[in-house]
Ligand binder design. Structure first.
Ligand SMILES: Nc1ncnc2c1ncn2[C@@H]1O[C@H](COP(=O)(O)OP(=O)(O)OP(=O)(O)O)[C@@H](O)[C@H]1O
Ligand SMILES: [Mg+2]
Length: 428
């Protein structure tokens, strides 16, 4: 059992505790979830249980934590507990997907046959067999997250702590994850998941809302007015005609014969499975990749929000980059994090900061990759609403996302699969 009693965490440099008065138990065979607002303290609880605070994140941990009767600072929690970090890129260190999944067991001296059996089983479960020889740095965010999950499965730990394991997963991979978690709990694994995914929280034996303190419940979106897709465009500002692209250093064509368009003030959504080519289409429009075929016509200034916020906000504070946060439509939220150093931002706060940077960068064609991943329901709504408002004032927005709420405000949605556009929905 993992026992947490009166947990309080104060990060170095902070006046206030990030969490306090946290009490709960996680038994073998139980699935529990931590939901709550961005910055509420979910990740902090997972870090405290695994001893990462203070070993890696300086701070003070008060209260009492036991893992099967032993304090994480006396016994190495990694023997029993696997923590899947919120940002899969930090976790994944292998060369290829296969090596990533295999290396923890190789290092533990497990025999080759057992390793390969377990690795292949996990790669099959997460739909990664076709990617086993792919270098991890070539993976899409969703495939990277699946790789991290497969590696966790291979280890077969007694307790699994998962920090937002479904934030980049496509619909199918999400259902696979739900059924795996259910199977693991039946097999006696104790699972604690920090998540904004209400469906996942509903599967749990018990859910908590973490907002510095801990209370029973699921943090959900409040009712919102319905937004309708903008359709005010007449001027064509973006057109791709039968475009194919490949990444530098690779001779593999990643997207094939892509034709799509956007008029001024429209919201165009790219949907589809992990690894389908959505991000590559955005990179192509942004001019980061050379087209091998076809034509890209852009009338305006494209600006890209990458799925990984660190790419636009690698260090410092938001106040070093944006002079006046008043120009951003969700100023209130931005003010709260404006002066915080980047390392002290929660996952959701970091994404909000990256969105603010892109919105302030003066483009009029916004290319947004997974802008709502990892955002709590309130912040997600602020972002959805601001995308809608920006379109109304003439910005053109192309967004790649698994978020079904974005489909509601899209003028048209393209289904991207295996590097091709399979279908168009809406005003096509
Ligand atoms: N290394 C750190 N140093 C200082 N403060 C931190 C650090 N990491 C997080 N914090 C602060 O602690 C609080 C809790 O953050 P935490 O990451 O635990 O939230 P969270 O619930 O996981 O949020 P999210 O849903 O965005 O992932 C926030 O105010 C955050 O800014
Ligand atoms: Mg978090």
């Amino acid at each position: 059992m993992i026992h947490v009693e009166d947990l309080e965490v104060i990060y170095e440099g902070s006046q206030k505790p990030a969490v306090e008065g946290v009490n709960f138990d996680l038994r073998s065979g139980e699935l529990k979830t931590l939901t709550g607002p961005n910055g509420g303290g979910k990740t902090t609880i997972l870090r405290a249980i695994t001893g990462l605070i203070p070993s890696f994140y300086p701070g003070i941990v008060k209260g009492h934590i036991e893992i099967d009767g032993c304090n994480p600072h006396e016994c190495d929690p990694r023997e029993k507990v696997f923590l899947l970090l919120q940002d899969p890129k930090i976790q994944v260190t292998g060369a290829t997907v296969l090596l990533e999944a295999a290396s923890p067991l190789v290092l533990r001296g497990v025999d080759r046959r057992t390793i390969m059996k377990r690795v292949m089983e996990q790669l099959r479960v997460y739909g990664l067999l076709d990617y086993q020889w792919t270098h991890v740095y070539m993976l899409s965010s969703g495939l990277l997250q699946r790789t991290a999950l497969a590696a966790a499965g291979v280890l077969g730990s007694r307790y699994l702590l998962l920090d937002e394991p479904s934030s980049f997963l496509d619909r199918r991979a999400k259902s696979v994850l739900y059924s795996i978690l259910d199977r693991l709990r039946k097999e006696g694994v104790g699972i604690l998941v920090a998540t904004h995914d209400v469906r996942l929280a509903e599967l749990a034996d018990e859910s908590y809302i973490v907002n510095r303190g801990l209370n029973r419940g699921i943090y959900r979106a409040s009712m919102r007015q319905q937004l309708h897709p903008p359709r005010n465009g007449s001027e064509l500002v973006l057109q791709l005609e039968k475009v194919s692209t490949q990444y530098p250093g690779s001779n593999q064509i990643v997207i094939h014969d892509i034709s799509l368009y956007a008029k001024k003030g429209e919201i165009v959504l790219l949907q589809g499975p992990n690894g389908g080519g959505k991000t590559t289409i955005l990179y192509t429009i942004a001019g980061f990749l050379k087209t091998t075929k076809g034509k890209v016509i852009i009338k305006g200034k494209p600006r890209l929000l990458p799925a990984d916020p660190f790419l636009v906000f690698p260090r410092g504070r938001l106040s070093d980059i944006i002079e006046d946060p008043g120009t951003i439509s969700f100023t209130g939220k931005i003010n709260q994090i404006y002066d915080k150093p980047i390392y002290s931002l929660s996952g959701g706060e970091l994404r909000l900061a990256a969105i603010a940077i892109v919105l302030a960068s003066g483009g009029d064609i916004l290319l947004l990759d997974e802008p709502t991943a990892g955002l709590d329901p309130e912040n997600k709504w602020l972002v959805v609403e601001s995308i809608h408002n920006l379109a109304r004032v003439g910005y053109t927005i192309v967004v790649a996302s698994h978020d079904e709420d974005l489909a509601e405000i899209a003028t048209r949605s393209y289904l991207v699969e295996e590097g091709r556009i399979r279908k168009c929905y809406g005003l096509c």
